[in-house]
Design a protein around this ligand. Structure first.
Ligand code: PFF
Length: 451
């Protein structure tokens, strides 16, 4: 059998996995979902979900990947047999990653469009009132959405078919820190804006009033989405990890980094929103409307706008790569396809499946909500179903499997090798056995108003 390729170092793995975790989910989605759900209390529930549910599931996912050195479906096959019902966790992950990639690339496409608007100077001298119409125009344009969506999918395919270790690892090393520094610069500006204290209160204050019955579901879904869990992405990345690299330390680092970037994004965006009297629940356009306003006030939209949106595209790319890698590695490992064929076919399929999402903003049938069963447009329906239901369901399966089904020797070896955090093994196992499944089931029941 061919030797599986590996990350060159633990740092390389942590950067690539953080690249998967940190993306549009942190900078685009977290602030707007926080805004729609009333702020503070939502953030608190989110943080609890990350620490007590997300982190244990992340360790389990990476551990299954590394122990089996296989992609999701193959991993469950090798652990529980070719006909086992546990394989459905692998297939669910495959399905979720495919769906998420199909609409994720539409938003990544918006980021590319804004990079272009910034480079070409079209955002220079922007008046605050002009920012929203610019976004609306893009949101409703069939042509622009399709164009950028396809370009972004093409870019993702281009990176994945080169193989994951060198390209992703090397670029992540430079661009992830660059993104972080850029965020800190913007945070430095935001702190001095009039709306900062109101924004701080909004993000960290305990405002439980606007928290609806699906608030906890959305916080849980957001935690899974942001940490790239429940769909086999971390499992697949874990399968390229060497045995001497500790999983627990890596998972803690990834979770902290991911959460920090989400919080920093909110502390950048909401001061702008409040300073200019905008609506915190503005929805998916939040970052695309508020950042250009802030930058134009600083008089630096062309340079900083280009830098910010280009880094956002990069953050989206390192996440999209991990989604496509799930489908590609399935076709390579299970169907014995070549990497090039697997990547191109999976990418093309996600591109085509993403067309209705790209058209969801326009006056098109996919945008009307008519064809959707749950009263949302196609894009929002997919996001809602995949992020809030399918990912936590995948996480539930992974937690139950790891805690109740997996061989103890294999599990403890996976947890302990390369790690100095042995004392947490028992706690981790208890969380996976009881707290994680119970919390996910309770949140599901609560969301459908059964409790
Ligand atoms: N975690 C990514 C983000 O926050 O943008 C999105 C994502 C990547 C979700 C990979 C799921 C996944 F498997």
């Amino acid at each position: 059998m061919k030797q599986r390729t590996h990350w060159e170092s633990r740092v390389g793995f942590v950067l690539a996995a953080s690249g998967s975790a940190v993306g549009l989910g942190n900078i685009w989605k977290f602030p707007y979902v926080t805004g729609e759900n009333g702020g503070g209390f939502f953030v608190l529930v989110y943080l609890i979900c990350v620490a007590l549910v997300g982190l244990p599931v992340m360790i389990a996912e990476i551990l299954i990947g590394r122990s089996t050195q296989n992609s999701p479906v193959g991993a469950f096959k090798s652990l529980s047999g070719t006909k086992s019902p546990w394989l459905s966790i692998g297939y669910l992950g495959l399905f979720s990653s495919f769906i998420i990639l199909s609409f994720y690339s539409v938003v990544a496409g918006w980021s590319m469009h804004y990079t272009w608007l910034s480079v070409s100077g079209q955002l220079a001298d922007l008046k605050p009132a002009e920012a929203e119409p610019i976004f609306d125009q893009l949101f409703q344009s069939t042509r622009m959405n399709l164009f950028w969506h396809m370009i972004f999918i093409g870019l993702t395919v281009g990176v994945v078919f080169k193989g994951i270790s060198k390209g992703v690892e090397r670029w992540s090393r430079i661009l992830m820190p660059a993104l972080f520094i850029m965020m800190l610069i913007l945070l430095g500006k935001a702190i001095f804006m009039d709306g900062f204290s109101q924004a701080f209160q909004f993000v960290f204050g305990f405002n439980a009033l606007k928290f609806s019955s699906t608030g906890a579901l959305k916080a849980l879904g957001q935690a899974f989405f942001s940490l790239s869990l429940g769909m086999g992405a971390m499992l697949t990345y874990g399968s390229y990890l060497r045995n001497q690299d500790g999983i627990v330390e890596a998972s803690v680092t990834i979770s902290i980094l991911d959460t920090a970037i989400a919080l920093i994004s909110s502390l950048i965006l909401f001061p702008i929103i409040f300073s200019y009297g905008m609506e915190p629940a503005a929805g998916p356009g939040l970052v695309f409307i508020s950042i250009p306003i802030a930058l134009s006030q600083m008089g630096s939209t062309t340079i900083f706008g280009t830098l910010f949106f280009a880094l956002l595209v990069f953050a989206a790319l390192t996440s999209a790569i991990s989604m496509l890698e799930v489908s590609a590695s399935y076709l390579i490992d299970e169907k014995k396809w070549t990497r090039v064929r697997a990547t191109v076919v999976a990418g093309l399929a996600a591109g085509l499946f993403g067309i209705p999402s790209a058209l969801s903003g326009g006056n098109w049938i996919f945008g009307s909500g008519l064809i959707s069963l749950i009263g949302k447009n196609w894009f929002d329906s997919l996001d809602y179903l995949a992020s809030n239901w399918m990912l936590p369901l995948g996480g539930l399966g992974i937690a139950i499997f790891t805690a109740w089904r997996m061989n103890e020797a294999l599990r403890s070896k996976g947890f302990l090798s390369g790690s100095n955090l042995r004392i947490f093994y028992k706690i981790w196992l208890l969380l996976l056995k009881f707290l994680v499944p119970i919390a996910i089931v309770l949140i599901f029941l609560h969301a459908i108003n059964l409790i």
